[in-house]
Design a protein around this ligand. Structure first.
Ligand SMILES: CC(C)[C@H](C(=O)O)[C@@H](O)C(=O)O
Ligand code: SF4
Length: 471
């Protein structure tokens, strides 16, 4: 008999029953909520006269609507204030822990969970947010759910789920200097398509993936959904355990050793039965930039914008006001945004600080950095990174989703072009119906901010072979 994948093992451990339509009822170990997709779920619970079954398994934060400049209450936007009050009330009434700004632990839900050690290998994790696969970086089965499923988890701590196939995606070899986790995932989405992962869980593996830090692994898993895969994960290893050890909610004392045994046991077996395997070479990956309106529409910084091959690409070129044959390098930018659950972690900020020290943001560019959480902000300030950013002309903000989705006051204006470290370049994504988003790694965003146009960070920052790269 063939071995099993992590997905299969964790699924079997959490399976409560088989139900109609080929679905399984899965126990959900950890439930994370935020202010956007939870209010209606709580209303339904109230209307049905139900309780939250395991309030100690749900944790809340506020990230999407929170302003990053003036955070004083009441928020200036009445809708944001209303949503904040709703999550305060709901978590209080149902006995759920809320990482509010007053606790000093607020931040983007996918940054807070790992940072506090809530996210652990071998768990099932659900959250009413499509980027929940981020937590799969720890070897958890983590997926986004809709509001009615948030209700189901609150009421029953279980979900009805259709089993997934598993595609192992190996990236082997070493990344070139100036090439990052973000470039890996953009490259993979380009190769496999934005719909390529539908029905699959993506298991990311191979030496290039294994040598990533936890931050880099989270960046890769974060965008699994952009490739159509609801789940993305990486088998846990020493890197995972070292990151987790000592964090607030991580197991302590004897429990730690026992848990490691469990974590080791749920890894994919060497002879695991995969539905598909794809292999790539890290050496083929260059710094990537999107030119279109979905993350698959991307090229390396050295390439030219392609001739459109289908209606989708035609539509993208029209929206972006780009011409085929035009190099992406040299496209003038208006805004530079560093942050989001893809690239708003401490390691991203350290890497940017390392290169922009002593440099200046181009005069016409509005550049700002939004730490992913209060924890990230505090750590960055301890290390003096904020001073490097501000000296260079970046604004240093308070944590939240910010211009990733622009549900708060941080918005593009008109058809402005933003160089963004986030994960979605959909039409109108960053707050203006005609706004244009170019996705790239945080170091590439920093290079664009300084050059005033899309640039090769390796040239702007003199990143040469032999220097370190590839987080
Ligand atoms: C608001 C929320 C439901 C949404 C998601 O599910 O992803 C957001 O986080 C996003 O990135 O578009
Ligand atoms: S940072 Fe962006 S992608 Fe992440 S949860 Fe917030 S809005 Fe969604």
């Amino acid at each position: 008999m063939m071995g099993k994948t992590l997905l299969k093992k964790v699924w079997e451990i959490h399976k409560v029953a088989e139900i109609s339509g080929g679905r399984d009822q899965l126990f959900i170990g950890l439930h994370l909520i935020h202010e956007v997709t939870s209010p209606q779920a709580f209303s339904m619970i109230r209307e049905l006269g139900l309780k939250v079954l395991f309030p100690e398994r749900t944790f809340a934060t506020c990230d999407h609507i929170i302003p990053t400049e003036d955070t004083s209450r009441p928020f200036k936007d009445p809708l944001a204030e209303e949503m904040m009050q709703a999550i305060e009330k709901n978590t209080k009434e149902f006995g759920i822990k809320f990482f509010s700004p007053e606790t000093g632990k607020q931040g983007i839900v996918h940054i807070v969970g790992p940072e506090l050690g809530l996210t652990q290998p071998g768990m099932t994790i659900a959250c009413g947010d499509s980027h929940t696969a981020t937590h799969g970086a720890f070897g958890a089965i983590a997926f986004g759910i809709g509001t009615s499923q948030v209700r189901d988890v609150l009421a029953t701590q279980t979900l009805a789920m259709t089993p997934l196939k598993v595609r192992r995606i190996e990236v082997n070899g070493a990344l070139k200097p100036g090439v990052y986790a973000k470039d890996i995932i953009l490259y993979l989405i380009k190769k496999l398509g934005v719909k390529g992962g539908i029905g699959y869980a993506y298991e990311f593996a191979g030496s290039a993936i294994e040598s990533l830090s936890m931050e880099g692994r989270m960046t890769v898993c974060n965008m699994a959904i952009e490739g159509g895969a609801r789940v993305g994960y990486i088998n846990p290893d020493e890197t995972t355990y070292n990151y987790l050890k000592g964090r607030e909610y991580a197991p302590k004392g004897n429990e730690w050793e026992k848990r490691i045994e469990y974590w080791e046991s749920i890894k994919s077996d060497p002879d695991a039965d995969y539905d598909d395997i794809k292999q790539f070479e890290a050496n083929d990956i260059e710094p990537m930039v999107t030119w279109g309106i979905n993350p698959e529409q991307c090229i390396s910084i050295t390439e030219k914008i392609p001739e459109p091959k289908n209606d989708g690409e035609k539509e993208a070129l029209e929206y972006m006001k780009f011409k085929p044959g035009m190099p992406i390098k040299g496209v003038k930018i208006d805004v530079a945004f560093i942050g989001s659950c893809t690239n708003g972690r401490i390691e991203d900020l350290r890497e940017v600080a390392k290169y922009i020290k002593g440099k200046k943001v181009a005069k016409h560019v509005k550049a700002f950095i939004v730490p992913g959480s209060m924890g990230v902000k505090l750590q960055a300030e301890k290390e003096g990174l904020h001073e490097i950013f501000m000296d260079a002309g970046f604004e240093w903000r308070n944590p939240g989703c910010s211009m990733c989705l622009a549900m708060n006051p941080d918005k593009l204006v008109g058809d402005q072009i933003s160089a963004s470290s986030s994960n979605r370049n959909f039409k109108g994504r960053q707050g203006s119906p005609t706004g244009r988003t170019l996705l790239m790694s945080p170091v590439m965003v920093a290079a664009a901010a300084i050059a005033g146009e899309v640039a090769d960070a390796r040239e702007v920052f003199n990143i040469k072979s032999g220097s370190e790269g590839g987080e």
